[in-house]
Design a protein around this ligand. Sequence first.
Ligand code: ADP
Ligand code: MG
Length: 502
Amino acid sequence: MSAVIAEQSAPSSAVARFLSRRPQLFINNEWVDAKSGKLIPVIDPANGRNIASVADAGEADVDAAVAAARRALEHGDWADMRPAKREALIWRLSDLIEQNADELAELESLDNGKTKFMANIVDVAGTRNYFRYMAGWATKIEGSTIDVSAGGPPGTKFQAQTRREPVGVVAQIIPWNFPLAMAAWKLGPALATGCTCILKPAEQTPLTALRLAELIAEAGFPPGVVNVLTGYGETTGAALVRHPGVDKVAFTGSGEVGKLINKSATDTLKRVSLELGGKSPVIMLQDMDVQTAVGGAAQAIFFNAGQVCAAGSRLYVQRDIYDQVLEGVAGAANAIKLGPGLSPDTEMGPLVSSEQQQRVMDYIQAGRSEGASVMAGGEPVDHPGYFVKPTVLASVNNSMRVVQEEIFGPVLVAERFDDLNEIADIANATPYGLSASIWSNDLRAVNRLIPKIKAGTVWVNCHGPVDPNMPFGGFKQSGTGRESGRAAIEMYTELKSVCMMI
Ligand code: ADP
Ligand code: MG
């Protein structure tokens, strides 16, 4: 019997219309063919079938998009627009997202593999909320007045102030795990601050970014403010990063590509923000009740099939409750129902691509050969589509690749720890530092641990909540810069000092 519950159902008429549209790029508020005429297939990861095509943007298309973004930044409606009008436009976009929520969730589910249910409540609702939050910032950007002691001719004084101005034309390169939400995290602060954008979705998941482009035009943003180029990373993405007309690159994706981007952007000294991978620890102290610990640990790794940069992929449980928690998490893993994202009974969809499925299966194999014990999952799924069983590996140690490297799939490594004094060192012993969670009701222990954890976000008695008002980003090799909140507004603006003799 197959471990996968049902076949993918037929798309709704709205989604069918969208899938059959002509594959084009969105430049200067117009839909245009890629100059090369090349296309990229779009695959349904639940069955490997080709469901649509998108245009493959080349160097000439990148030039056209950057030119459109530059014109919009410097001249015309957007350049002269009052902040309150920008706010209203971003709100209008969020309303259109709400009105088209069902279609967006279905597209996201088909393209990425996640369940439509989760796409609806997490990705689409999160996108709408993110734009609403960022809309408010448009009217709240401020500088300061500064007392200076600089000397001038007798009888004169200096008056100084700071202004925040848009950083300029921004290339935004996003990953395939939360395609629409990542577009919002990038576009939201850029639009609030008056920047112009070229958004490049991941080649595996381009659909919702293209639908979003239609909504951006419908909302009434002036031409050139947002341009959407579908294309491959090594070509379209790389061309954007080295383009002299781009002022900032904002990237979310793998550490490997983040490092390439950082190097390439050095040639033109672009501003760069990088939100990269993680290998986030989940630390369970033994005062924790076992059921809460099991539910928390399972959700931390299996949400979105583990394709989450902040996934809780390393579980450290204190000695007295280790055996029970491990057994519980393995049981929870075995109980998860795999299936296509559009089937209402599905609890976990396929991974995004056959490449990702292979990468994750290779890691599981590496764990086995390095001596890890497989407590749940591990074996391949005999069904078309890119499914991977939720997997729990125990008897691991810090030198194993499965403990050090980001797997980006539903694979948990679990280890026992004894002494509270050693857990921070263990938790910090990877190159990453994106997030961590601590589970305990011992206030004193928790508060002593928080400052020792090298991570951009530390959750306590939860793992995963993000909020448009809460800075998000990494220590160490998890990246540079912080998205969301005031930090994002600062990242999308240049600070200008004005000094006037009066
Ligand atoms: P993964 O390997 O898991 O697909 P990547 O980091 O390669 O993750 O992809 C994240 C995003 O970065 C995607 O939009 C991809 O197209 C883009 N990308 C990949 N390689 C490059 C590159 N050399 N330059 C710019 N963007 C890239
Ligand atoms: Mg890659």
